[in-house]
Design a protein around this ligand. Structure first.
Ligand code: 3AM
Length: 183
């Protein structure tokens, strides 16, 4: 089973993100129901390891927090644009949750990720967008801000790839504790 851990987004935020899904010729945009913030890609995991991961994730104790999406950006390999995404406003509790998930996954026996965590919501994997169009897109949506939203849980998703769009299914959700009081 191909698995990843992610934060799902409330419907109003997914609607706000839809406003960003246009303006790059030839791009196939992620369908609204699939928009999410990946915390950890696990890849193919067999049934027994999935149970270990599940138990390990269930043992995490971390506080809930609020997030806001902000701006757009892209990842590239060399000159090839791989991903265009919406950014996430800096929130230490998100990094903290990511780190706890990373430890839990490694405790469950999976290899460490070792990559820097850059939280984002993938909007499209564009196919060689013309550079001026991409620049125009990035500059045009630079000021995007979503409404703030509460993160109360994180989710283990399975991913079925190969079709028109990947099918993501929430396998299990893990509650965060009540938000830490403001100091
Ligand atoms: O949140 P995003 O869309 O960036 O890119 C894939 C997606 O992340 C990522 O896992 C998420 C759910 O599919 N992903 C897919 N294959 C991957 C791989 N081999 C991967 N991340 C790292 N390595």
């Amino acid at each position: 089973m191909r698995l990843f851990v992610a934060l799902s987004l409330p419907e109003n935020v997914r609607w706000q993100l839809r406003l960003l899904c246009g303006g790059l010729p030839g791009a196939r945009w992620v369908p609204p129901e699939n928009l999410h913030i990946t915390l950890r890609f696990l890849g193919e995991v067999d049934g027994r390891d999935a149970e270990y991961v599940d138990a390990s994730l269930a043992s995490i104790r971390a506080p809930g927090f609020q997030l806001k999406l902000a701006g757009v950006g892209h990842f590239a390999s060399g000159s090839r644009v791989r991903t265009v995404w919406a950014g996430v406003e800096k929130e230490p509790a998100l990094q903290h949750l990511h780190d706890k998930i990373e430890s839990a996954v490694v405790r469950a026996g999976l290899p460490p990720d070792g990559q820097k965590f850059t939280p984002h919501v993938t909007l499209t994997w564009p196919k060689d967008p013309p550079v001026p169009k991409l620049q125009q897109y990035l500059a045009g949506h630079n000021l995007f801000r979503s409404d703030p939203f509460e993160i109360t849980h994180f989710t283990l998703f399975s991913s079925l790839t190969g079709g028109e769009a990947s099918v993501y299914r929430a396998e299990r959700s893990y509650a965060l504790t009540a938000k830490a009081p403001a100091t």
